[in-house]
Structures are given as structure tokens and as C-alpha cells.
Design a protein around this ligand. Structure first.
Ligand SMILES: [Zn+2]
Length: 199
């Protein structure tokens, strides 16, 4: 698994989303966790499972490799010094304590309240023109308004959405029966298009 991310000096590893959450949680705590196990290879997990099944001394409960979140890189076993902090705070970071093993936590992304929201595609905001917008689309707007609505649009074609452009947009919206907000959103763009103004 080449995508695993190292999470501590001992070289324990997790999948990137779990590793990022682990880092946020550790930063909030302000000191390093005492990780005893994180990602395990199938072979490593098999040894633990076989040891547990055979009742070998020193072997704790272990799931077969196909069922263990350790093999998916989304589980951590912590040292006892971490228990108290984790039991108070870990759930909000999406780390859910195992019912039977106090040291074992599984990472559940949907429960992680500290996960940064996915950044919106830049396209969504750039498709709306409003006061302060600049560029080619504003120029097209100015040119189009001047050409089609000379009665109220006498704008400099400078690509800057200033107060005069806003006033002309408001006038257009009023006459077109749109919400008069001076912002060229999808509905205003569509209405302009019907008058032959394309941005
Ligand atoms: Zn575990």
C-alpha cells in the first residue's frame, strides 16, 4: 500500500484521510500520542489472529485480516496514557472506540466534525458577475448592454463591474421581471441571452 502516510517517529502508518485526522487530533491535544499499532499487513494481522485463536499468552483479541480496520489503515491502538484524553475528545474527530478494546479506535470519516469542507469548484463563483468583478465577461456584459439597451446603458467597456454597470443591470432586471439585485447570476445570464447579450 504505497498511499499510506507515516504518522509518528516509530513509523506507524495510516491511510491519508485517517492520518490527516490523526494529525488534527494530535495537534488539538498538544502532545504526541503513544501509538502501539496502526496499519498492519495481512501477514502481520494473520499472526495476531492465529495467536489469539490458539490462546497463546500475550495475544489479545484480533480479527482475521479481511475484517480488521488495521489492514485498511484506518485503525489505531493507543497506549494507556492516551485513554483519558481520547475518551473525552476522539469521537468528535471521527475516532470511535471499540466496545471491547479500550485501546482500539476506528476512523469513521462521516463522524469527523473537524474534517475541512471540500473546497467548492472555482467555476461556481466565477460564473456570477457582481460589483467588483473584472475581466472579459464584464467587458462582454458592458458591450452587450450598450448595444442592446442604449436607452439606459452608456458604459465604458473597461471590464470593471462598477456602480454604473450595477445600475444598468438593475434596470435590465426590473424591465425583464427578474429579482432586482444587481448581480448577474444564472437567471440574469439566461435572460440577457434571450436579448442577444452573451457573456
Ligand atoms: Zn486494534
Amino acid at each position: 500500500m504505497s498511499t499510506l502516510t507515516t504518522i509518528d517517529k516509530a513509523g506507524h502508518r495510516l491511510m491519508p484521510d485517517a492520518a490527516a485526522s490523526f494529525a488534527r487530533m494530535q495537534k488539538a491535544r498538544g502532545s504526541a500520542f503513544h501509538v502501539t499499532s496502526a496499519y498492519r499487513s495481512t501477514a502481520d494481522q494473520q499472526v495476531l489472529y492465529d495467536g489469539y485463536k490458539a490462546g497463546k499468552p500475550g495475544y489479545n483479541f484480533a480479527l482475521p485480516p479481511s475484517q480488521s480496520n488495521h489492514c485498511r489503515g484506518e485503525a489505531v491502538d493507543f497506549g494507556s496514557a492516551d485513554y483519558a484524553w481520547l475518551e473525552a475528545h476522539a469521537a468528535a474527530y471521527g475516532w470511535i472506540q471499540d466496545k471491547n478494546e479500550r485501546w482500539h479506535y476506528d476512523y469513521v470519516p462521516s463522524r469527523d466534525t473537524h474534517k475541512p469542507a471540500p473546497s467548492k469548484p472555482a467555476k461556481a463563483s466565477s460564473s456570477v458577475l457582481k460589483k467588483g468583478s473584472t475581466g472579459t465577461k464584464v467587458k462582454n456584459l458592458q458591450r452587450g448592454l450598450n448595444k442592446k439597451f442604449p436607452a439606459y446603458a452608456k458604459l465604458a467597456v473597461d471590464g470593471i463591474f462598477g456602480p454604473k454597470v450595477e445600475a444598468a443591470v438593475r434596470e435590465f432586471q426590473k424591465r425583464a421581471g427578474l429579482v432586482v439585485d444587481g448581480i448577474v447570476g444564472p437567471k440574469t445570464v439566461a435572460a440577457l441571452k434571450t436579448y442577444g447579450v452573451t457573456l
